[in-house]
Write a protein that binds this ligand. Structure first.
Ligand code: 1HE
Length: 261
């Protein structure tokens, strides 16, 4: 098991399936894992229209590989954190949407990885934790930016100060996950969502992934201006033209009210 690739990759139609494959260590993220993840992410951006990240076994991810981390000199820890930032940024601000399927532990760096994805699905076994305080360290995979913005710095601080774990229902209320599904069905749901997102025009998806979070960080005035430019750019594509025409010619399905939630 130790010598097999720690990340699995499979193209299922237009969807790249990327698995954390180190269940004997609860998918803890070592340097080897993060580099293999990077290769899989880049490959997915080249050949897929959306991707799903999932963890093999009963836990999504136990976070940073603490055994490896212990051996690192100070500069190695800083560079390692910066490397995670670049790789996770490749997910969050790339060209294709990423869904993530969560079960069991979604802890530390595992939660940070999930926070870099765009569609988060948790099953009923999922629990979220940020035990960095207990381990004498701090988040280093972008959590202080992404998780703090998702659930609020105050809730994140509470999790880090107390070491409490949070269940999926509470995390949904807090905005950390978008979907909670029955045990064992998160992967199926994440794939369904990825397939839906893959049907959008690529330029629309690019704008959703890249313009939306940047606009959030701008002043209202700059945000509205950037929105107009992005909107004009997306509208100018032949694909937009065809999709608008298809609607007007009644060749596309109409929106419907949601099923009971
Ligand atoms: C690990 C890791 C790890 C498990 N690094 N080896 N993350 C944490 O502080 C979470 C630490 N892990 C846990 O709390 C538990 O392992 C779990 C709740 C996730 C799962 O419990 P359990 O009982 O199913 O498994 P286990 O027996 O604890 O672990 C199985 C093996 O995985 C064991 O190794 P073994 O050689 O004794 O079999 C564990 O040592 C190993 N293992 N988690 C290394 N994290 C970029 S900064 C981000 C900072 C962080 O992520 S901090 C949070 C770190």
């Amino acid at each position: 098991m130790a010598n097999q690739e720690p990340i699995s990759y499979e193209l299922d139609g237009e969807i790249a399936m990327i698995g954390l494959r180190r269940p004997e260590k609860r998918n803890a993220v070592s340097d080897r894992v993060v580099e293999a993840l990077n290769i899989a992410i880049e490959r997915a951006q080249d050949e897929a229209k959306a991707a799903v990240i999932f963890g093999e076994g009963t836990h999504f991810c136990a976070g940073l590989d603490l055994a490896e981390h212990m051996q690192k000199p100070l500069i190695g820890a800083v560079m390692g954190s910066r490397r995670w930032h670049r790789i996770f940024d490749g997910i969050e601000r790339g060209a294709i949407p990423f869904a993530v399927a969560l079960q069991g532990a979604v802890v530390g760096g595992g939660f940070e990885l999930a926070a870099a994805c765009h569609l988060r699905v948790a099953d009923e076994t999922a629990f979220f934790g940020l035990p960095e305080g207990q381990r004498g360290i701090f988040v280093g995979g972008g959590g202080s930016v992404r998780i703090a913005r998702l659930i609020g710095a105050q809730r994140m601080g509470d999790m880090m100060l107390t070491g409490r774990t949070v269940g999926p229902a509470q995390m949904e209320v807090w905005g950390g996950v978008n979907y909670v599904v029955p045990t064992g069905t998160a992967l199926e749901k994440a794939k369904e969502l990825a397939r839906l997102a893959a049907q959008n025009a690529p330029m629309s998806n690019y704008a959703i992934l890249n313009a939306l979070p940047r606009i959030r960080d701008m002043s209202s005035e700059d945000g509205l201006f950037t929105e107009s430019l992005m909107s004009a750019l997306a509208s100018a594509t032949p694909e937009a033209n065809e999709r608008l025409r298809a609607f007007l010619e009644k060749r596309t399905a109409r929106l419907k009210a949601p099923d009971a939630e």
